[in-house]
Design a protein around this ligand. Sequence first.
Ligand code: DC
Length: 652
Amino acid sequence: MSAANMKQRRDHIELIAPFGAAGSVTLPGSKSISNRVLLLAALAEGKTEIAHLLASDDTRYMLDALKTLGVEIDEQTSLCTVTGTAGSFATRQADLFLGNAGTAIRPLTAVLAVASGNYHLSGVARMHERPIGDLVEALCAVGATIRYAEKEGYPPLQIGPGEIDLSSPVHVRGDVSSQFLTALLLALPLTQQDAVIRVDGELVSRPYVEITLNLMARFGVNVARDGWREFRLAKGSRYRSPGRIRVEGDASGASYFLAAGALGGGPVRVNGVGRDSIQGDVRFSDALVELGAQIDIGEEWIEAQAPEHGQLKAFDLDLNHIPDAAMTLAVVALFCNGTSKLRNIANWRVKETDRLAAMASELRKLGALVKEGEDFLEIKPPDAISGGASIDTYDDHRIAMCFSLAALSGVSVRINDPDCVAKTYPDYFEHFARLIEAPVIAIDGPSGSGKGTVAKRVAEVLGFHYLDSGALYRLVALHAQRTKVAVDDTSSVATLARDLPVEFRDSEIYLDGERVTDAIRAESVSEAASRAAQIPEVREALMKRQRHFRRAPGLVAEGRDMASVVFPEAALKVYLTASAEARADRRYKQLIEKGLDANLATLLRDIRQRDARDSGRSVAPLQKSADAQVLETTDLSIDEGVDQVIRWFSKA
Ligand code: DC
């Protein structure tokens, strides 16, 4: 059961075939920064006010442990105030349970090993499988007293008072977890001795060590270093509160939303991290750029969109510097145009679960061909991601979060034990849902009923996207005319519809780069569009394109099968009607306004004929769908019609 979030843990959730993702998310505080800042504030002289602290399982464990150690902490919703102990905890004997929080147990082990008390540190079963021997050995070699309470090399640990002597360098391995080095760096200033730390082996996940150094400096302790091999702390170093500190948004959490923007159209903006972030995982956006996504970065935000043209590119990348965000890329690989390789990720194996093995198994459930190496994954995406997969999450928040992205291929995905995200991001699925849940208002009606004008205005008022589906049929017709394809050559017209080089930009329509907003309204195009619209293959080809218009915050889709075929799940369906006389009259006024000749009687006859043809045709006839609201507009102004639709929508 999650500590931060005591509500009932759900067995699973279904992510039902979203059509895209767009919108913005304000990120919770970073876990890595939150737990370091809490510990530093507790060890410092003076009070620290911490703003935007993450509220999650892992931070809960750290907070509770510090309180047990006698640290005074005042937790308010927006601010957490820690009264520093100037390096010595009041409680000399304690039993600390740290769940599965690596960012709590590692630094606390080092800090308590130099604190001359008796402490027992334990966690959940998985924590007892995560190695800590390299850290314990490094500490014992300089005089700490630490005993393995169960299995050699793993928590739980029993720490006793030691005699720390730093006259010779402390050696620590760097190739398993950078948190061992982080733990030593955070703890050694408390010894009030000159200290030298030497890293044996290649240091992994360096950006996390940079976070540590950066935050230590904020608390007044500067570390001299020689590359990534040797770190030196001077005797007089002591932590002093900076007074107030604000925790940045979580850059690892940002990776899911940025990926959602790149995979689901976007734009998706994350607020809380940006250009000046101290977190290594902001580099995830560089990886997305390499894949072809469009990225924009501000001081405190990042925004992602799908590539301007085509698919994301397959990749082969060394991801040692962003081990957490790299998991997101493993799911992104399912959407790329070839086989991708994630390299140098061996330390995935010692995280919340063996992430290399777990990711490989779950990716296979989605149809990918996966090769799992000792320190790499090679992922060949399937032709189409398998729908209906049931993803196991191994009590690993990141697995739950990154696999939510698979649904953006337009399939349904089940995520088991989704509330394991409480470890670092309790509201993740609520935030994700907001990006993908774009309600649709489907509007239809006979020609001249005012549906186009009403639909466009409703979209404007609500700030929704707008789809004039008739324009797509008109574009197919115009494209056929221009490329000299006869409308009765059904298979060629269907091919044109599939590859239509169209772009909708700033209320204008471009075909093959040329503005055609007016050209598609020509009488000859209307005639050909009506014929093209009766070809089932054309309708099929346009369907996917139409569904792509569904983006957050919502869509107003206008046209005859919007409610019945393309968006049957539309939140609101409206069918506009008006008497044939009223419609003829509207058309008459439009033509006269344009300075064109018009005859009311002829227009009325044409409208009646068109009605008969439209409702009688065999393919997608004009029909009111059974669950549509009827809006009779004969005696309504446009504004009244728009108001009525919005009233219905607000109740839908
Ligand atoms: O609404 P409009 O006149 O611009 O539509 C052009 C043609 O496309 C018309 O013959 C109706 C047809 N159409 C269709 O079959 N299905 C749609 N969803 C929209 C329009």
